[in-house]
Design a protein around this ligand. Structure first.
Ligand code: UGA
Ligand code: MN
Length: 244
């Protein structure tokens, strides 16, 4: 199956470094279609050039986060949802360009700043409906993971540092959804109306139940993705003529 990786991205000093890192991960993955969605009114040359250099199969989109929903420079990051408009643009592209029962694939929401093992994509390729796995370095834990029933191997709960009682207490990096499901539920999308921290849980609720989740990564015993965050650099001077 084709893996459709939907990545929101926005202009900041570390953007090219982040996109270089994940595009070079994707270069090691067979059958991947990268849907890269810029949070901007216009597509930027920086992203255009990076795509041209990458040799990847890429769909380049852009849509700006509404100003009232945008995180201010001094706001704590939990104050606003991030990537909502961009992921929805990715979903819209999938639904307008792919056909149910003809195109086969799995959809993964791949933030631009996390760290992804190439092994993760082998797991994503196995997803029948909704696959789940541990995510490292998130929610105040060394990893968030699924609690599996010892006998049935099914998901019975969540080990999450934050609101583990959510219907699906899973970070965006911790699940992937079959394209058939995405195409057959066109109303499913992300929304600013959702409570903060509930995007993943509410979105997954359109498609599945806890009992149906497919635990991957060796029954959730392996960590293949890390919720890393890049420090914001202090830039005191600009060298002209360099795209950084
Ligand atoms: C956590 C989750 O891992 C995200 O998937 C979720 O979107 C986010 O919380 C949330 O609560 O909305 P976190 O590391 O805090 O992630 O968020 P960022 O990595 O800053 O942003 C997630 C994605 O949105 C990234 O791909 C980033 O490039 C993009 N983004 C962020 C924008 O497109 N525009 C922005 O103004 C900020
Ligand atoms: Mn992040």
């Amino acid at each position: 199956p084709m893996i459709y990786a939907v990545t929101p991205t926005y202009t900041r000093y570390v953007q090219k470094a982040e996109l270089t890192r994940i595009s070079q991960t994707l270069a090691l993955v067979p059958n991947v279609h990268w849907i890269l969605v810029e949070d901007s009114d216009e597509k930027t040359d920086l992203v255009r050039n990076l795509i041209a250099d990458s040799n990847l199969l890429v769909t380049h989109l852009n849509t700006k986060t509404p100003v009232i929903e945008k995180l201010g420079d001094k706001d704590p990051r939990w104050k606003k949802h991030r990537g909502v408009t961009q992921r929805n643009a990715g979903l819209k592209w999938l639904r307008s360009n792919l056909e149910l029962n003809k195109d086969k694939g799995v959809v993964y929401f791949m933030d631009d700043d996390n760290t992804y093992s190439t092994k993760l994509f082998k797991e994503i390729a196995k997803v029948k409906k909704v696959g789940v796995w541990p995510v490292g370095l998130v929610g105040g834990l060394n990893a968030e993971t699924l609690i599996l029933d010892q006998h049935t191997g099914k998901v019975v709960g969540y080990r999450s540092g934050w609101k583990a009682d959510r219907k699906f207490a899973i970070d965006m990096a911790g699940f992937a959804i079959n394209l058939d499901l995405i195409l057959s539920k066109p109303e499913a999308q992300f929304s600013y109306e959702m409570e903060k921290g509930f995007q993943e849980s509410e979105f997954l609720s359109y498609f599945t139940s806890k009992e149906e989740l497919e635990p991957l990564a060796d029954n959730c015993t392996k960590v293949y993705v890390w919720h890393t965050r890049t420090e914001k650099p202090v830039v005191k001077g600009i060298v002209p003529g360099l795209e950084v």
